[in-house]
Design a binder for this molecule. Structure first.
Ligand code: SF4
Ligand code: SF4
Length: 444
């Protein structure tokens, strides 16, 4: 359905009335959990963290899972995007704005005003004590809620939305696995053992400080060989692993299967994928912006190393200030506040598409060297536009499909949703010899 076919509000109201008892029970439980979660922020949870953790997060997750199971049981097979342009929460209505403002404020508090969210940190104490043996800090709380969001919304992808699509099920299981294991449990277990908190699934330049001299010196001076291994792993994955994997599988091996940012976008952000801007202007901004961020972090890292080698004699405090500015504007504001806070208004891949320097490198390799492409069986295309509508990267997939051209765009994260929603089986994600990727002779 295109925006031109927006249903009147009564249609959405009608849709709400259609919900079964089990669906309504799930939604009520979910709303109760969310309400208690908000109440916990006032401090009433003090002295009862476990009770509030179970009631707020527990009820929210249980309610969501009951709702998903009810949908899976009662809904007919197939991918449903019904009412997506008439439902206020998925089409920039008042509740989408409230959600956007809430997420934005949460990130602002997380980075700069942690006192605002101290009571939420405290309700995660029981979980932190269980995993790390220490009370929670704001980053533990953030990691825990982030992981819960990926797991619960991942369950929605597997149980309901894409339950008949094997590629989507395996891909979603992969992002859930990497978020839970590599981005949450392993760093926190390392923390409990007084080892450096290291994320084995994030690499420079996304985790930009991993190749900063300060991190390198700190890891190298860590007793035992683990610090050295971490540094070696980070550098090897940046300079060797990334190009090799991207050559064979395209950008998708990381952006849609491993990365935590992509994982959140593909699960929590799935209801908003149609909000991506498909205009040529957005494509131009995307190319300029993402490559500017990549150039900036490369220069900042080089300045830091030069300064470190000359013991501060060349740039003085300038390189450190540049790194700090990058962390503030790109690491916090762009990737966090805008990247996630604007999900309900601009779609879920704003950071991945416009800002992530890792995505920029992967995109360059994908465009010029990779074996990955989306092939299109143009004769079968009925120009319905489903593929373009649900491309979270704003790619006008239909344009290529109508011409029978292979799609080899730097920004394509290989999520495969365009192929999943195509009613005619026109699109296929493939890896094959790179020389045969471009089939421009198909242009009439
Ligand atoms: S073109 Fe298809 S596979 Fe690529 S990002 Fe868009 S929807 Fe995902
Ligand atoms: S490729 Fe499929 S989804 Fe895209 S316009 Fe053609 S028929 Fe529709």
């Amino acid at each position: 359905m295109t925006p031109l076919q927006i249903r009147p509000p009564e249609a959405a109201a009608e849709h709400n009335k259609e919900r079964s008892f089990l669906q309504r029970a799930g939604l009520t439980t979910f709303a109760t959990g969310m309400f208690l979660f908000l109440v916990a922020a006032t401090g009433v949870s003090k002295g009862r963290p476990l009770l509030f953790l179970l009631l707020s997060v527990g009820l929210t997750c249980t309610g969501a899972l009951v709702y998903f199971l009810a949908l899976a049981k009662e809904a007919p097979p197939g991918i449903k995007n019904n009412h997506i342009f008439s439902n206020a929460v998925t089409y920039r209505g008042w509740n989408a704005w409230i959600l956007g403002v809430f997420l934005t404020l949460f990130y602002i508090a997380l980075y700069w005003f942690p006192k605002w969210i101290e009571n939420w940190v405290r309700i995660t104490d029981p979980l932190s004590l269980l995993i790390t043996g220490k009370p929670a800090d704001r980053w533990f709380m953030y990691g825990a809620f982030y992981t819960v969001a990926v797991l619960v919304m991942g369950a929605r992808m597997i149980l309901v939305k894409y339950r008949h699509n094997r590629y989507q099920i395996i891909r979603t299981l992969s992002v859930m696995f990497f978020q839970l294991g590599f981005a949450f449990l392993i760093p926190n277990l390392l923390h409990s053992l007084n080892q450096p908190d290291f994320y084995f699934s994030y690499f420079w330049p996304l985790k930009y400080d991993y190749l900063f001299p300060k991190t390198a010196h700190s890891l190298l001076s860590h007793p035992g060989g683990l610090g050295f291994f971490m540094l070696f792993w980070g550098a090897a994955m940046t300079f060797i692993g990334t190009p090799i994997f991207t050559y064979f599988f395209g950008k998708r091996w990381y952006c849609s299967w491993v990365c935590g940012c992509g994982g959140l976008a593909e699960t929590l952000g799935d209801p908003y994928r149609h909000l991506s801007d498909k205009s040529l202007k957005a494509w131009n901004i995307e190319r300029w912006l993402i490559h500017s961020v990549l150039v900036t972090i490369t220069i900042v890292t080089a300045l830091l190393w030069i300064n470190s080698l000359y013991e501060g004699a060349i740039f003085g405090k300038f390189s450190g200030a540049a790194a700090k500015a990058y962390g503030f504007y790109i690491g916090a504001i762009f990737s966090g506040v805008i990247g996630v806070g604007f999900y309900p208004l601009m779609g879920a891949r704003v950071w991945c598409r416009f800002g992530c320097p890792m995505a920029a490198i992967l995109g360059i390799i994908q465009k010029f060297f990779s074996r990955f492409r989306i092939t299109t069986n143009g004769g079968q295309c009925i120009s319905c536009g489903n593929c373009s509508t649900y491309c979270e990267q704003g790619i006008d997939v239909r344009w290529y499909a109508q011409r029978g051209q292979n799609i080899i765009r730097a920004s394509c994260v290989g999520c495969g949703i365009c192929a999943a929603v195509c009613p005619r089986g026109v699109l296929k994600l493939e890896n094959a010899p790179s020389e045969t990727r471009y089939n421009f002779d198909k242009i009439d």
